[in-house]
Design a protein around this ligand. Structure first.
Ligand code: SF4
Length: 461
């Protein structure tokens, strides 16, 4: 459907996003790229002129969901007389471009994560081409140099990609194949984008990268910077109150980054640090490059730098070759560390990865029962962590209205969602909230003091 706005035709764009925060960021950038062509967002497939499925290849289920979504989109496209551009983007597109066009020939565009800046040109080519337009090569030019500047506000909390790709080649992971080798955006470009996001209303920025703490580059002072230095510089931006970064690899937590957690209050005391397994044997098979005790020592050092640091992690249950003893070692590591949040999954083989062809693939019921045990423990730890905030007065960044009238929603320094009774129009403020109850996945509370007109955590300019 098109509608007139002045003389320019308006077209409707629907983007569906699966997977990680990087995909959420990429979807926003694809919308930025298409906006000059007249595409405005819609939530309804039946009125969309273009639909982009931004996909994730980490889990088999996610891939199958893409194909069932494509089946439904075929009907929507037919109902519009074929007047709909369907694009598949993201890691499934990168890894399975040929299969997509074979199984779903009504798809017009298949593009990998490195080609988003080429979308306008691909849309034009798709309107002329008989078959699908496919771009899954790693183009020679830097997509970040060709993407338009961010102009759409992301809100009070914003994502900013600083790093892409990965050279670690963990046995189970497709990222090095779908996103290519490690690449860091220049410090100047990151600082400029952070300033723009703050000007558009962001108070908290999460730096994104598949291996975000491998970020490195030349700083504006001509020196070699690593992530700790970049975070300290970003913390100086007036109005930017909070910084986070994800996802980190234990091997890339250098001394300066650990120290930054202690000396930079804007870095929030919450870190997602995947461990994957607590067994040294499995960690070796996974090619993680660290042992369980390396991880424990790293956590000790981080907590020494920032005593109120809470951790989140990723755990895989049932990697090929995993024995009962290996599983027990994972349980022990979870008990020893204590996580405030975690993502845990059953191992699922991804074609083309080393683990997919390893001997000793575990039976589904074994994986199911190990995952259930892991998740029960992690759930208890999360609930306990949330309960432990009860009675505390915490700084809450208000993100908007809550679910009920007269309620506001926000997030704590530890990334917990909070609902509290409060006045409207506090979005973007950091306010003291007394936590009255900790629930399994969130907190509830009440304003602890009259609202300040100035944000409490605003750093010095
Ligand atoms: S470090 Fe992370 S992104 Fe890289 S291969 Fe391992 S799991 Fe995948």
């Amino acid at each position: 459907m098109t509608e007139a706005t002045g003389t320019a035709p308006r077209k409707r764009l629907l983007i569906r996003t699966w997977g990680c925060q990087m995909n959420v960021y990429d979807s926003a950038r694809m919308a930025d790229v298409l906006a000059p062509l007249g595409y405005a967002p819609t939530e309804a497939a039946e009125e969309a002129d273009m639909v982009i499925l931004n996909t994730c290849h980490i889990r088999e289920k996610a891939t199958e969901k893409v194909f069932s979504d494509l089946g439904r989109l075929r009907e929507a496209k037919q109902a519009k007389g074929g007047d709909m551009v369907i694009a598949v983007a993201g890691c499934v597109a990168q890894a399975e471009g040929a299969e997509i066009t074979a199984r779903a020939p009504w798809v017009d565009i298949v593009l990998g994560p490195q080609s988003y800046h080429r979308l306008p040109e691909m849309v034009a080519r798709a309107s002329r081409a008989a078959g699908a337009v496919i771009e899954t090569e790693f183009p020679p030019e830097d997509k970040f140099d060709h993407l338009p500047e961010t102009t759409a506000p992301q809100g009070v909390t914003a994502f900013l990609t600083v790093q892409e790709g990965c050279d670690k080649f963990c046995s189970f992971c497709v990222v090095p194949y779908t996103r290519g080798s490690e690449y860091s955006r220049p410090a100047e470009a990151v600082i400029a984008e952070a300033k723009r996001l703050v000007a558009l209303g962001a108070r908290e920025i999460t730096l994104l990268g598949q291996n975000v703490n491998a970020w490195h580059g030349e700083g504006p002072d001509g020196r070699a910077w690593t992530l700790g230095r970049l975070l300290r510089r970003l913390a100086e931006i007036p109005g930017l109150a909070r910084l986070r970064y994800t996802t980190s690899h234990p091997r890339d937590m250098d001394d300066d980054l650990i120290a930054a957690h202690g000396d930079t209050p804007a870095i929030m005391p919450f870190l997602h640090l995947p461990v994957q397994s607590g067994s040294d044997r499995i960690l070796k098979m996974m090619n993680r490059g660290h042992t369980a005790d390396d991880y424990r020592r790293l956590v000790d050092r981080l907590r020494a730098a920032r005593p109120d640091l809470a951790l989140s992690t990723d755990i895989i249950a049932g990697h090929p070759g995993e024995s009962d003893a290996d599983h027990e070692a994972t349980m022990a590591l979870i008990r020893d560390t204590g996580f405030a949040q975690a993502f845990s999954f059953k191992y699922s083989a991804r074609p083309g990865t080393p683990a997919a062809t390893m001997a000793g693939q575990a039976a589904e019921e074994v994986k199911d029962s190990r995952l259930a045990e892991i998740q029960a423990l992690l759930r208890d730890q999360q609930a306990e962590f949330n309960r432990s905030r009860g009675g505390m007065v915490v700084e809450v960044l208000v993100t908007g209205p809550g679910r009920h009238p007269g309620q506001m929603a926000g997030r704590t320094p530890w990334l917990q969602p909070v609902h509290f009774d409060g006045l409207a129009n506090l979005a973007g403020r950091i306010v003291p909230v007394k936590i009255l109850a900790g629930h399994p996945n969130s907190l509830s509370g009440a304003m602890a003091a009259p609202v300040n007109t100035e944000p409490r955590e605003r750093p010095a300019a």
